[in-house]
Write a protein that binds this ligand. Structure first.
Ligand code: A3P
Length: 283
C-alpha cells in the first residue's frame, strides 16, 4: 500500500475513498428519483455533469449553481463533511456522481433503481486522459513513465479498478429502464443529440429554442474557458502540468501508444469483452 492508495476487495482505491465511505455506501439510502452519473475516471464525467446540471435547472444558466453535484465516493482534504452526509440532507431530485465499481456502490442502487447515466470512453483515449490526471492530481500517484502507467492500466491496477470490469458491468445493464448508456465518442460527434437523449431520459426538457445555447455552453471550448470547470485555481490539480479540461479528442491515444501496446490492448479487449457487442470509435 502506498501513501496514495490501497486495494480493497481486489480494487485499488484512492486515499480519498476511505474505509468509512465504503462502509457508509452499504447503507446509504437511495431515492427513486436520484440521478446518478457513473463513470470510469476521465470518461467525460465533468462534461456530462455539466449537461445534467444545466438540464436540472431548466437550462437557466443563472441557476446553474443551485444544484450541487456530489461525488459520493470522495472526500477531499478541504471538505468539511463526507459528501454522502451532505447528499442525505439534500432535497430531491439529487444528482450524484461516482467512479465506484459496482461492488462498492451504494447497495440500494440496484434495488431502488434510481436513474443512472453511464458514460463510456474508448479505453485507449480513456487511458491517456487518466495518465495526465495521475501527473497533475496531487492526491494520486504519478507514474515514472507512460510504459509503467500503461502496464497498470492493462492490469486494471489503477485507482478505480479495471476499465474492463466497469464498462462490461454497465454495458450488460444498458437495456434496464433506469439506465442510459452513453459513449464519449458519440457525444463528441453530435452533442445536441446527446443532450436531447439525456434530457428525455431524465424527463428534464430543454426549453423551446434553447438547445443551441446549451450545446454552446457544454462545448469543449466553453468548458475549457470556464475557470471553475477547468479548475484553474485548484489546490489539488496542478494545471501547469496538465489542464483539467485537457484536449477533449477522440484519437489522441495515437500520440502515446506504441504499436505493441495498441495491439496488446486490442487483444485484451477481445478477451475481456468477448461476445459483449460493445464497440468503440478510436479515431
Ligand atoms: P482529455 O484528457 O482527453 O482531454 P472526466 O471529467 O471524467 O475527468 O473526463 C475528463 C476528459 O473529458 C478530459 O479528456 C477532458 O478534456 C474531457 N472533456 C471535458 N469537457 C469536455 C467537452 N465539453 N467536450 C469534450 N471533452 C471534454
Amino acid at each position: 500500500m502506498s501513501e496514495f492508495d490501497r486495494i480493497v476487495d481486489g480494487i485499488r482505491l484512492p486515499w480519498a475513498t476511505s474505509d468509512e465511505i465504503l462502509e457508509a455506501m452499504k447503507t446509504f439510502q437511495i431515492r427513486e428519483d436520484d440521478v446518478w452519473l457513473v463513470t470510469y475516471p476521465k470518461a467525460g464525467t465533468t462534461w456530462t455533469t455539466e449537461i445534467i446540471t444545466v438540464l436540472s435547472c431548466g437550462c437557466d444558466f443563472t441557476k446553474r449553481g443551485e444544484k450541487g453535484v456530489n461525488f459520493v465516493d470522495i472526500k477531499r482534504p478541504n471538505m468539511l463533511e463526507f459528501a454522502h452526509v451532505t447528499a442525505a440532507k439534500k432535497t430531491s431530485p439529487r444528482i450524484m456522481t461516482t467512479h465506484m465499481q459496482s461492488r462498492h456502490m451504494a447497495r440500494e442502487i440496484i434495488t431502488k433503481k434510481p436513474k443512472i447515466v453511464y458514460v463510456a470512453r474508448n479505453p485507449k483515449d480513456n487511458a491517456v486522459s487518466f495518465y495526465y490526471f495521475h501527473k497533475s492530481n496531487k492526491l494520486i500517484k504519478t507514474f515514472d513513465s507512460w510504459d509503467e502507467y500503461f502496464q497498470a492500466f492493462y492490469d486494471g491496477d489503477l485507482v478505480g479498478g479495471s476499465w474492463f470490469d466497469m464498462n462490461l458491468y454497465w454495458w450488460n445493464r444498458r437495456n434496464d429502464d433506469n439506465v442510459l448508456f452513453l459513449k464519449y465518442e458519440d457525444m463528441k460527434e453530435d452533442l445536441a443529440s446527446a443532450i436531447v437523449k439525456i434530457s428525455e431520459f431524465l424527463g428534464w426538457p430543454v426549453p423551446e429554442g434553447k438547445l443551441e445555447e446549451v450545446v454552446k455552453h457544454c462545448s469543449f471550448g466553453s468548458m475549457k474557458n470556464n475557470p471553475k470547470i477547468n479548475r484553474t485555481n485548484s489546490k489539488i490539480i496542478d494545471v501547469s502540468i496538465s489542464p483539467f479540461v485537457r484536449k477533449g479528442l477522440v484519437g489522441d491515444w495515437k500520440n502515446y501508444f506504441t504499436v505493441n501496446q495498441s495491439e496488446a490492448l486490442d487483444k485484451l479487449y477481445e478477451e475481456k469483452m468477448k461476445g459483449s457487442g460493445l464497440t468503440f470509435r478510436y479515431t
